[in-house]
Write a protein that binds this ligand. Structure first.
Ligand code: NAP
Length: 243
C-alpha cells in the first residue's frame, strides 16, 4: 500500500518536536506540501531546513494567534491537530492554571483551527481529512491525568461531532490514541523507570512506541485508503486498552 499526497496541502500543529515533527517528515515524504505550526522558532527553522515545509510561529492557547495560523496557512486539504501538553498532577493537588492551559492547547486549539480549516474545505467543495492526536488517557483512567485525560476525552468527542456534521461535505475526521511515545513529552512524564515499569507491564506488546508509529497511523487515516473511515478513535497503544 503506497500512500501518496501529491497535490495536497497539509497543516500540522505542534510540529516542532516529537510526534508532530515526525508527521511533517512523513507527509512531506508522501508528497504533501506541509505547513508546520509551533511555538519555538528554532524548531521551525530546523524543520524547514530538513523538509522544506512552510512554517508559522504561533502560541495556540491564544485565540487570535490560532485563528491567524489557520487562516494564513491557505487552502488546506489535510489537517493534523497534534499540539498538546501534559500537566501531570494528582487530582487533589491539581491547579486551575494547569487545567486551563491543558484545555486551551489540547482541546480548544483543535476546535479553533478545525473550524477555520473545515470552513475552507466546505467552500472549496472537494472534501478533506482531519486527524486529531488524542491519547489512550482519553479512554483509561491514569494517575495524575485528570486534566490531560479529560482534554483528550473531549477531543475524541469533538472528533465524533465533527465527523457527523462534516461528513456530508466529504470531510473525514478521526483520532489516534497513542500509548506512551518516546518524545520529549513521553520522556518528561514516563522517563523515570520506577514509574514506567508498571505501565510497560500493562502493555501487551511490552514496549512504548516511537513517533513513527503514530505518524504512520495518521498518514493512513488522512489517505484515500481510509476513504470510508470517519469518526473513529484508533488506539496506537500496543494493546494497552484491551485490559
Ligand atoms: P512534545 O514532544 O512535547 O511536542 C509537542 C509540540 O507541540 C512541541 O513542538 C510544542 O512546542 C508544541 N506545542 C505545545 N504547546 C503549544 C502551543 N500552545 N502552541 C503551539 N505549539 C505548541 O509532545 P509529543 O509527545 O510529540 O505529543 C504530541 C501529541 O501527542 C500531543 O497532543 C500529546 O498529547 C499526544 N500524545 C503524546 C504521547 C506521548 O507519550 N508522547 C502519548 C499520547 C498522546 P514547544 O516545545 O515549543 O512548546
Amino acid at each position: 500500500m503506497d500512500i501518496r499526497f501529491d497535490g495536497k496541502r497539509a497543516l500540522v500543529t505542534g510540529a516542532g518536536k516529537g510526534i508532530g515533527r515526525e508527521i511533517v517528515k512523513l507527509l512531506t515524504e508522501c508528497g504533501a506540501a506541509v505547513v508546520a505550526v509551533s511555538r519555538t522558532q528554532a524548531d521551525l527553522d530546523s524543520l524547514k531546513a530538513e523538509t522544506g515545509c512552510e512554517v508559522i510561529l504561533a502560541d495556540l492557547t491564544q485565540t487570535e494567534e490560532a485563528r491567524r495560523a489557520a487562516t494564513s496557512a491557505g487552502a488546506i486539504d489535510l489537517l493534523v491537530n497534534n499540539a498538546g501538553i501534559a500537566v501531570i498532577q494528582p487530582f487533589l493537588e491539581a491547579s486551575v492554571e494547569g487545567w486551563d492551559e491543558t484545555m486551551a492547547v489540547n482541546l480548544r486549539s483543535a476546535f479553533l483551527i478545525s473550524q477555520i480549516v473545515a470552513l475552507g474545505m466546505v467552500e472549496r467543495g472537494k472534501g478533506g481529512a482531519i486527524v486529531n492526536v488524542s491519547s489512550q488517557a482519553s479512554m483509561a483512567a491514569i494517575h495524575g491525568h485528570a486534566a490531560y485525560g479529560a482534554s483528550k476525552a473531549g477531543l475524541d468527542h469533538l472528533t465524533r461531532v465533527m465527523a457527523l456534521e462534516l461528513g456530508p461535505h466529504q470531510i473525514r475526521c478521526n483520532a489516534v490514541n497513542p500509548t506512551v511515545i518516546l518524545t520529549p513529552m513521553g520522556e518528561k512524564v514516563w522517563g523515570d523507570p520506577v514509574k514506567s515499569a508498571p505501565m510497560i507491564a500493562r502493555i501487551p506488546l511490552g514496549r512504548f512506541g516511537y513517533p513513527n508509529h503514530v505518524a504512520q497511523a495518521v498518514a493512513y487515516l488522512l489517505s484515500d485508503q481510509a476513504d470510508m473511515i470517519t469518526g473513529a478513535t484508533l488506539p496506537v497503544d500496543g494493546g494497552y486498552l484491551v485490559g
